[in-house]
Design a binder for this molecule. Structure first.
Ligand code: GAR
Length: 209
C-alpha cells in the first residue's frame, strides 16, 4: 500500500475521512502519519485514538522556513509516498513544495479556479452562484492553482449561510478526497512510481532471476 502522511491545522474531518477510507480492505493507501502546526488540533487526538503516529509543533515564533524545515524532516522520517494537506491553513514555502513536487495534494473548498484563498463560501453566495463545491489538486508554488485531480459540485440552496454551505461542502469533501487520493496512488503504483513498490520489486528481483 502507498504510504500517506496527512497534514492538518484544525478539526481534521477530512483527515478522518481519509483515515477511515484507508481501513477499507480495498484501499490502495495507508495513513502513516498525521502532522500539524497546531498542537491542540482536535484531529490529532482522533489520529492518536486510532493508533496513527502524530507529530505536532506550533509554528508560532518560528520563521516560515524554519517551521517548514521541521515539518519536512518529520514527514521525511515517515517515508510517505504522498502527502495530503487536509485543512492545513498555512502557505508552504517554495523549497518545501519543490521537495515534494508531484507527491503533495490539497483539498480546497471551492470549484477551482473559482475562489482560491479564503472565505470561499461567502464569496460564492455573494456572487449568486448556483453551485459551490470542492477540489482536490496538486500543490504548486502558486496557491490553489496546481493540476486539478478531482472536483464535486454542491448545490446552493435558498437561505444558505456560509456556515450551512461549508457544512455541506465538507460532506462532499469527505467523499471526494479519499476517492481522488486512491485513484492518484493507484495510477502511480501502476506506473511503478511509488517508492515502496520499487523497493519491493528490487528486493524480489534476485528470486526472479
Ligand atoms: C475544509 O473544508 C478544507 O477544504 C478547508 O478547510 C476545511 C478543513 O476542515 N481548507 C482550506 O480552506 C485550505 N485553504 P477539516 O479540518 O474538518 O478537514
Amino acid at each position: 500500500k502507498a504510504r500517506v502522511a496527512v497534514v492538518i491545522s484544525g478539526e481534521g474531518s477530512n483527515m478522518g475521512a481519509l483515515l477511515y477510507a484507508s481501513r477499507l480492505p480495498s484501499s490502495p493507501y495507508e495513513v502513516v502519519l498525521v502532522a500539524s502546526n497546531n498542537p491542540d488540533a482536535p484531529g490529532l487526538a482522533l489520529a492518536e485514538a486510532e493508533g496513527v503516529a502524530t507529530w505536532a509543533r506550533s509554528h508560532k515564533g518560528l520563521a516560515r522556513e524554519a517551521f517548514d524545515d521541521a515539518l519536512h524532516e518529520a514527514l521525511a522520517a515517515a517515508r510517505p509516498d504522498v502527502i495530503a494537506l487536509a485543512g492545513y491553513m498555512r502557505v508552504l514555502t517554495p523549497g518545501f513544495v519543490r521537495a515534494w513536487e508531484g507527491r503533495l495534494l490539497n483539498i480546497h473548498p471551492s470549484l477551482l479556479p473559482a475562489y482560491p484563498g479564503l472565505d470561499t463560501h461567502a464569496r460564492a453566495l455573494e456572487a449568486g452562484d448556483r453551485h459551490a463545491g470542492c477540489t482536490v489538486h496538486l500543490v504548486t508554488e502558486e496557491v490553489d492553482s496546481g493540476e486539478i485531480l478531482g472536483q464535486l459540485p454542491v448545490a446552493i440552496q435558498p437561505g444558505d449561510t456560509a456556515d450551512m454551505l461549508a457544512q455541506r461542502v465538507r460532506l462532499a469533501e469527505h467523499q471526494l478526497y479519499p476517492a481522488t487520493l486512491s485513484a492518484y496512488v493507484s495510477r502511480h503504483q501502476d506506473a511503478g512510481w511509488i517508492e515502496g513498490q520499487v523497493d519491493a520489486l528490487a528486493a524480489a528481483l534476485p528470486e526472479v532471476l
